[in-house]
Write a protein that binds this ligand. Structure first.
Ligand code: DGL
Length: 271
């Protein structure tokens, strides 16, 4: 019986983490929850995020017995991780901006952190910066529109590059020239990395935490002796949405490529 995990984000972003999980552990059973009814998380308060995600986890874990939950969202993880870990017995793995790695590898000591407005302003980031990159200048780039653009791209729509450019313009072109390391501090951003690269130019190191998080998940599962086999249901390897969607062919193909052909609605979810 393979291990079974639940991966959660506000939308398609966490699928960048699922891609990494599939790459290193194809046999793992992954259920995905896209809380599109709460999108964008970047605009939600810590209190709303905590109660919403708590409700989502308890809702799904009463139906299926998961071996671990991955909160594949920087905005949620930097806000609610410690509160949630106190409430549940199974491991909850978060995704936070890899500031430590950036501090280890940046040569120019000039780093950009692209993240939602919520993540950018969190004390969690102050602590990471202070602990792991105190001698670096970290340009925090709050991006109110990037996650939505990634969502649109997944449905086959054109990315609005001028909107991306305007989000990134809080950093001047002289500053961008000196920055050598860019942290993708939102799981949606790997899906529009190409467009972002087109704006900031070549020769930057882009840090995407998906693979390290996937490795951490597998290492955590390896410590468990056996997979939880009770309460398994036919809904594993399904993708759930909290708000009604009418997926078109492009979006269905996008999901299928990441291993989700079973699209479901999380019934009666009211946060
Ligand atoms: N994918 C999420 C993250 O990593 C957030 C997107 C949103 O604002 O909902 O932060």
């Amino acid at each position: 019986m393979p291990f079974s995990v639940l991966v959660i984000d506000s939308g398609i972003g966490g699928l960048s983490v699922v891609q990494a999980i599939r790459k290193i552990s194809p046999a793992l059973s992954v259920t995905y929850l896209a809380d599109n009814g709460g999108f964008p998380y970047g605009a939600l308060s810590i209190g709303s995020l905590t109660s919403r995600i708590d409700l989502l986890i308890s809702n799904l874990t009463t139906e299926i017995n998961f071996d671990a939950v991955v909160l594949a969202c920087n905005t949620a993880s930097t806000a609610v991780l410690s509160a949630l870990r106190q409430r549940y017995a199974f491991p909850i793995i978060g995704v936070v901006p890899p500031v430590k790695t950036a501090g280890e590898i940046s040569v120019s000591r000039q780093i950009a952190l692209l993240a939602t407005e919520g993540t950018s302003g969190r004390g969690y980031i102050d602590d990471l910066a202070q602990t792991f990159a105190a001698d670096c200048q970290i340009f925090r780039v709050p991006c109110p529109d990037l996650a939505q653009q990634a969502e649109l791209k997944a449905t086959g729509q054109e990315v609005d590059v001028s909107l991306l450019r305007s989000n990134l313009s809080v950093v001047s072109s002289d500053e961008w020239a000196k920055i050598d390391t860019i942290i993708l501090g939102c799981t949606h951003y790997p899906f529009i990395k190409e467009e972002l690269e087109g704006i900031v130019g070549p020769d930057k190191v882009w840090l995407d935490p998906a693979l390290p998080v996937a490795r951490h998940l597998i290492a955590t599962l390896a410590q468990k002796e056996t997979a939880s086999i009770e309460q398994r249901s036919a809904n594993e390897n399904a993708i759930y949405f909290t708000a009604t969607i009418s997926p078109d062919a492009v979006f269905k193909a996008f999901l299928e490529k990441i291993g989700f052909s079973c699209i479901r609605q999380l019934e009666d979810f009211v946060a």
